[in-house]
Design a protein around this ligand. Structure first.
Ligand SMILES: [Zn+2]
Length: 251
C-alpha cells in the first residue's frame, strides 16, 4: 500500500509525527507527502532525510495561496527544488483552484504559476501532481497544451472529463471521498486499473472531521475493489505498482 498524496508536514502531526509514520511503516510500502507551501519545505525535506526509503516527497505551491504568495517566495522555492532534486520524487501539488479564488487577475496568476511548475517538472524530469477545483477544463487545457505526460490528478471530481484523462494516459488517485461520493465512484469505475493510485490527503478527510492518517488507504482499497468488482488484493498490488512506477519508488 502506498499513499500517493498526503501532507505529513502539517501542524496536526507536530505532537506525534514519528508515531504516525511508525504506524504507516507497519503495513505500508511508502508514503508520498506533498509540501504545498514554501514555508513547509525544510520540514518536508527533513522527513525525507529521516526516512529515506519510506517517505517520498513532492514539492509545489497550492494554487489557493496565490493571493498571499510573494514572487520571491516562489522563486526561492524553485531554487530549493532544483538544489534538492535528488531528494524530490515529484512536483506538486500545483494547479488551479477557482473555488477559493474568484478574481480573474488572481486566476490568471494561478495559470502562470501552474505553467511554470509544469515547465520545472519537465526540466527536472519529474512527474507532476495536480490539484484542480472548479477549474477542470482549464486544468486539462493547460496540461494538454504543455504536452505533460507523467500526470497524477489528485482528488479529481469531474466525471464528464474522464475520457480526456484516459486518452492522455494520465493517472487519478482516489481517497476516502470515494466512500461517499457517487461522482468519484463513476470516475473510479471508468479509470483503467493501471492508472489508479491511492491517496488520503491527510490530515484532511478523516472520519467525522477527525485527523486522517495515511493508513486509511486500506478502506479506499476495499471500496475500489467493490466498485471495479475485483479482489482487494489485486487493487492493493496494482495501485502499489502504479505509484512505484510513477514516483520511481524502489528502483
Ligand atoms: Zn493535498
Amino acid at each position: 500500500m502506498i499513499d500517493a498524496h498526503c501532507h505529513l508536514e502539517q501542524k496536526d502531526y507536530n505532537k506525534d509525527r514519528d508515531e504516525v509514520i511508525a504506524r504507516c511503516r507497519e503495513k505500508m510500502d511508502a508514503v508520498v507527502t506533498s509540501c504545498a507551501y514554501p514555508d513547509d519545505f525544510d520540514l518536508t525535506i527533513s522527513l525525507k532525510k529521516q526516512y529515506p526509503d519510506f517517505i517520498y516527497v513532492c514539492v509545489g505551491i497550492h494554487p489557493e495561496y496565490i493571493k498571499e504568495l510573494k514572487q520571491e517566495q516562489k522563486d526561492e522555492l524553485i531554487e530549493k527544488i532544483k538544489g534538492n532534486k535528488d531528494l524530490i520524487s515529484g512536483i506538486g501539488e500545483v494547479g488551479l483552484d477557482y473555488y477559493w479564488i474568484k478574481e480573474e487577475d488572481f486566476r490568471e496568476r494561478q495559470k502562470q504559476m501552474f505553467k511554470e511548475f509544469i515547465g520545472l517538472a519537465k526540466e527536472l524530469n519529474k512527474p507532476i501532481v495536480i490539484h484542480s477545483r472548479d477549474a477542470h477544463e482549464d486544468t486539462l487545457d493547460i496540461l494538454e497544451e504543455a504536452k505533460a505526460e507523467r500526470v497524477l490528478l489528485h482528488l479529481w471530481g469531474a466525471n464528464q472529463l474522464v475520457g480526456r484523462i484516459i486518452e492522455n494516459r494520465w493517472n487519478v488517485s482516489f481517497g476516502p471521498i470515494l466512500l461517499r461520493s457517487k461522482k468519484h465512484k463513476k470516475i473510479c469505475r471508468d479509470m483503467p486499473l493501471d492508472k489508479i493510485m491511492l491517496e488520503t490527503d491527510s490530515p484532511w478527510f478523516g472520519e467525522n472531521g477527525q485527523r486522517n492518517e495515511p493508513t486509511s488507504v486500506e478502506k479506499v482499497i476495499e471500496r475500489i475493489a467493490k466498485i471495479k468488482k475485483l479482489e482487494a488484493n489485486e487493487v492493493d498490488i496494482a495501485t502499489t505498482q502504479n505509484a512505484k512506477k510513477f514516483f520511481g519508488i524502489g528502483g
